[in-house]
Design a protein around this ligand. Sequence first.
Ligand SMILES: NC(=O)c1ccc[n+]([C@@H]2O[C@H](COP(=O)([O-])OP(=O)(O)OC[C@H]3O[C@@H](n4cnc5c(N)ncnc54)[C@H](OP(=O)(O)O)[C@@H]3O)[C@@H](O)[C@H]2O)c1
Length: 323
Amino acid sequence: MTNTHMYAVTIPEFGAADVLRPDRVPLPEPGPGQVAIDVVFAGANFAEILYRQGVVDVPLPFVPGIEVAGSVRALGEGVEGLAIGQRVAALTIVGSGGYAEVALTAADLVAPVATLDLATAAALPSNSTTAFLVLDRVARLEPGERVLVHAAAGGVGSQLGQAARLLGAGRIVGTVGSEAKVPVAERFGYDEVVLRDQVADVGEFDVVVDMVGGGTRRASLDRLAPMGRMVVMGNASGAEDVGISANDLWFSNKTVSGFNLAAFAAAYPADAGRALRRAVAAAESGSLRIDVEPLPLDRAADAHRRIESGSTTGKLVLEVGPE
Ligand SMILES: NC(=O)c1ccc[n+]([C@@H]2O[C@H](COP(=O)([O-])OP(=O)(O)OC[C@H]3O[C@@H](n4cnc5c(N)ncnc54)[C@H](OP(=O)(O)O)[C@@H]3O)[C@@H](O)[C@H]2O)c1
């Protein structure tokens, strides 16, 4: 890093994982209400693949990275309650920029980290925060309710099972795409884990969380009990969008909601920050477990390939700099 430039991995053009390029980019300075963070780890996420593929239109070259952990480098005008050098986890999801030595975000989206290691702290801002918001704020999960979660061994799936448990759910069932992932998902708060093609046999649910899409989305709707709520929060399968009949919802007393953390954090930063701090507290108390695998930042393309192939369990994080 120089006084004016820093190391980052950028998206110079849209395309496959090998477009990701190490580069020197201008060092960002925090504006009013912002925090600059010396990044130690950046989470690697499905969302960053969508940016890289051009599914989300962003200006190029673009520094991806929706979450980081590190220490506070500088505070913008008006920021209170954080100190230079403090260890933090942060959502950088609104402007991205996490795959870099220094990242900027709004102070509301920064949470102090006391005891957690920074690799784990970088793995929770997106998926764990989303898990609490999806179940609590969107699905309005009530104690004792039955919950079904797809891709249960994955980054967000591993957090949804545990968040459902912490929020007092009744029966919690996960689905996975392969036998090998069944024992992995079983460690994340699920009462039962089944292969996704067996989902028709697992009964009905008050809340279903779908981030897989396609046929899974349609099958999920069939699993909803009357007054049940399905939250649509991703399309990992890359399938065509699924049309859902409003009249069918009307006749069957079912609800379908959507959730997108980037749009939520932009519109409601204080609420997103509260959910982030709740996730950090749960991880620090030992009641939220996150399986983390670190890789060096210059292997970001490998991380993307592995996430795209659907072969990962838990969470990959990119090591950017020393603590
Ligand atoms: N809306 C939001 O705010 C938000 C926040 C976080 C994540 N998400 C979304 O949630 C999904 C999962 O994210 P994640 O970070 O948990 O990633 P992840 O750990 O890689 O999970 C994705 C999982 O989806 C399943 N999958 C099914 N079909 C797939 C296919 N064709 N290609 C790849 N994976 C496939 C795989 O699990 P199986 O082997 O079990 O099928 C895979 O492991 C993504 O769509 C992401 O965009 C959304």
